[in-house]
Design a protein around this ligand. Structure first.
Ligand SMILES: NC(=O)c1ccc[n+]([C@@H]2O[C@H](COP(=O)([O-])OP(=O)(O)OC[C@H]3O[C@@H](n4cnc5c(N)ncnc54)[C@H](O)[C@@H]3O)[C@@H](O)[C@H]2O)c1
Length: 274
């Protein structure tokens, strides 16, 4: 179903670890729509993941960058401009990690060094990417930057731990930077608030499986898959969404605006009648 909506567009995709990653699916979709990409991930993820398979299939160079390191990002942007022969058109920020989540440290007994690391990797990295791109004037007018978020930025999801604060901060950075980049260069910045999705980062959250099923039953359209998310990000990179910026866009099958669903009521009634 490719329509070549990204023909002539070039960009960087951060965060493809394995074939379940949202960034992996987005890379495939972008290329099938005529886009040209560079893949980037943290050096350690490049060693542990399978990115070279994706790179070969997408005819894309892989350039390592720890997204918390401005020096790495400067090098990445320089090399990208060299590879593309100038400015480019889109960036996918698909990066998240919390040492507190990884180590199972409860929110109410947090380790603050870990907390700061969570914010740096999962939120400030978006600011660093945008600031580096702006300083180097790396993006064309009407370029589009998309970062992935989650509804725990607005509502309490206890298992999500300090990632909730990271997502709230990241969404705010998208709004604030979107304002500045919009006026300066007509560059768009948005976040996509995605359904729970079975990936390495997603499944690391406590109680993920149960919640995945709950969200699927509550949402009128069910959970949005990583392929659906890839399609949405691709449209956001295209000229069909030229006037969309500074938004947090829910891509969740209707979850965010549903109070309760008949499927969940049926489940509860069954449980109470036993
Ligand atoms: N899976 C879900 O349920 C879900 C739901 C909503 C939003 N998201 C968000 O989607 C994004 C992508 O996650 P995913 O679910 O595809 O999982 P994933 O584990 O495949 O991707 C996370 C990526 O972040 C990268 N990363 C971690 N630290 C980094 C650093 N310092 N520098 C550069 N890259 C780094 C990892 O290497 C990995 O590739 C994340 O922002 C995540 O929070 C996921």
């Amino acid at each position: 179903m490719a329509h070549q909506i990204l023909e002539g567009k070039k960009g960087i995709i951060f965060g493809a670890l394995d074939e379940r990653s949202i960034a992996w699916k987005t890379a495939q979709r972008v290329v099938s729509e005529g886009g040209q990409i560079i893949l980037s991930n943290a050096p350690i993820a490049l060693r542990m993941g399978k990115i070279n398979e994706l790179a070969a299939a997408c005819n894309a160079p892989v350039i390592p960058a720890d997204a918390t390191s401005t020096a790495d990002l400067e090098l990445l942007i320089d090399k990208s401009m060299e590879h593309f022969g100038g400015q480019f058109d889109f960036i996918l920020h698909s990066i998240g990690m919390s040492p507190n989540v990884r180590k199972g440290i409860p929110y109410t007994d947090t380790n603050y060094d870990n907390f700061l690391k969570t914010l740096d990797v999962s939120a400030l990295s978006l600011h660093k990417v945008l600031q580096t791109a702006m300083k180097k004037d790396a993006l064309n007018e009407w370029a589009s930057v998309v970062a992935l978020s989650y509804i725990a930025a607005q509502r309490a999801f206890p298992g999500y731990n300090d990632m909730a604060e990271a997502k709230a901060l990241m969404e705010s950075i998208a709004r604030s930077f979107g304002y500045h980049y919009g006026f300066k260069k007509k560059v768009r910045v948005n976040t996509v608030s995605q359904s729970p999705t079975i990936t390495t980062a997603g499944s690391g959250v406590t109680g993920f499986d149960a919640f995945y099923h709950y969200a699927g039953k509550l949402s009128p359209l069910g959970n949005a898959s990583s392929e659906d998310c890839a399609n949405f990000c691709t449209v956001l990179f295209s000229d069909y969404t030229r006037m969309v910026t500074m938004q947090n866009l829910f891509h969740d099958g209707g979850f965010s605006f549903t109070g309760v669903s008949q499927a969940l009521i049926d489940d509860m009634e069954k449980a109470f009648s036993q």
